[in-house]
Design a protein around this ligand. Sequence first.
Ligand code: EPU
Length: 422
Amino acid sequence: MDIFKIEGPTRLCGSVTVNGSKNATLPIMAATILAGGKSVLKSVPHLSDISIFGQLLCELGCKVRRGDNGDLCIDSTVIDNPVGDYEIVRRMRASICILGPLLARCGRTRVSMPGGCAIGDRPVDIHLRGLRELGAKIYLENGYIVAEANGGLRGKEIFLGGSFGSTVLGTANVLMAAVLAKGKTIIESAACEPEIADLANCLNAMGARISGIGSPRLTIEGVEELHPIEYRVIPDRIEAGTFMVAAAITKGQLHINNCRLDDMMAVVDKLRSIGVTIDRADGGCVVAGAGPIGTGHITTQPYPGFPTDLQAQFTALLALGSGNSVVIEKIFPDRFMHVAELNRMAADLRKEGPAVIVAGVKKLIAAPVMASDLRASAALVLAGMAAEGTTIVSRVYHIDRGYEKIEERLNPLGAKIIRENI
Ligand code: EPU
């Protein structure tokens, strides 16, 4: 098992380039199922989640390989085993987004029902409700979701909201099924996240007819078939936001390339109100955190609100703020595994239901801490770079799921992170 030894405090300075988005790539990989043939995806990060998803596609019958230039090539000519096996789905919940495309392409599929994970229960009831509305028969059998559409899928007006708002992968699943359904589908309360817009743009490039992209009302005119594509995925706004916090928490200055600030206005607004300077620059932005870290009130919301995937990193930042802050989690009310670990580093955080009261401290002090999920582990790395002493983060495989070689990208900027296999 790999651990990180992080020596702090350090000040990050220099230029860093954001990779393609993990959460845009995964549903787009699933979308290649819809069109038999060879697709090429560009700007796909080298992450364990991407490899696992590739493995899943291979089990369905696809051929997946990395080209010499790093492109991800998926040949979906043959799909002869439309099954999402428990062994893969339990390792990665995002596997659920093969359900819609497999149903549309094969007319029948079995996908293991995902369980909970470190950030909460994470039900898929809305995915299933949406697919049923399109005419699928869905039932549970031995822990597997069985979906059948023997008479074909039919377009419908569907309200896809739930008690926590829209669902990202639920929208992806229903959208991918609807593009090949007969007639017109309207998805109301669709997720507006840039990753869903990217999926919809990719589907249109494959021949789908989707309008309203980026809005909560998607209109889909079903088509007979799609064709394979070459497509470049958008930059990862969560990785960009993590680098922004890295600049702020180390009182450094980073030029962040390949970053779409327009996708990140809630994040930019929050950082500015905390006292961080963010200026647009060629292809990205320059982020400087020279002054004291202020205080802030953050509530996570569906896009364009503040993203839950940056909640942990901002909590680490506010832990060093000049006073009291409040962080409220409205997407995953249990996503606070980082709180106890940050407190081991002398932060003063108190969890109150789905919120954390943050009393800013003057400094964080290194400690051995344990990563529990992807974003929580990013928060611990950020805290480690700002804390006094050597922080040891164990279970860094969590961070490898979503950040490509993070230490090799932070060290040239001034971080002192050593990966050790113990
Ligand atoms: N929900 C339901 N029923 C459903 C689906 C969702 O009640 O059928 C609830 C969830 O429990 C949650 C809320 O709706 O309270 C939103 O969940 P959503 O479905 O949008 O999450 P997701 O699609 O499973 C994606 C990202 C997550 C990110 C969330 C929210 C991918 C692969 N995953 O998950 O990313 O936190 O959207 O933005 O795109 C991460 O990258 O670290 C990560 C966890």
